[in-house]
Design a protein. Structure first.
Length: 133
């Protein structure tokens, strides 16, 4: 399990300002614990529900990528990564739910995937099954 984030680290992860994250902490929008010294620490799981709203800074690598027309993009955080042979298993936490994807090991390396990274999963399916709960 990753260590909790400081408010500054959390604001960078979400692409928002430090004062905004402090307001969210004071207003109860984000739950946090306090250290014995009175400093806030935020679990990464608290940010999962907010990642889809995160502003991604433009980088040269990002500018070269094509925009995807698919609207079924789920933004989350890599919580587990297993690379074995030709394949990689990537588990992504999206709003507290875990989505598992199997991709090539080459793709995982090219994307520089690592636990804790923010990623988007693009779901493309011809069928959707529904289970009554």
């Amino acid at each position: 399990m990753a260590p909790p984030l400081t408010p500054r680290e959390a604001s960078l992860r979400l692409g928002i300002s430090y004062p905004t994250i402090k307001q969210w902490l004071y207003g109860g929008k984000i739950k946090a614990t306090k250290t014995p010294g009175g400093h806030y620490r935020i679990d990464e799981s608290e940010l999962d529900a907010l990642l889809h709203k995160a502003k991604r800074p433009e980088t040269p690598r990002r500018e070269m990528m094509r925009t995807i027309s698919g609207r079924n993009q789920l933004v989350g955080r890599v919580v587990e990564l297993k690379v074995d042979g030709l394949l990689a298993q990537v588990k992504i936490s999206v709003g507290g739910q875990v989505l598992t994807s199997i991709i090539t090991a080459d793709a995982a390396r090219e994307l520089h995937l690592a636990v804790g990274e923010t990623v988007a999963a693009l779901v493309k399916a011809t069928e959707v099954m529904v289970l009554r709960l």
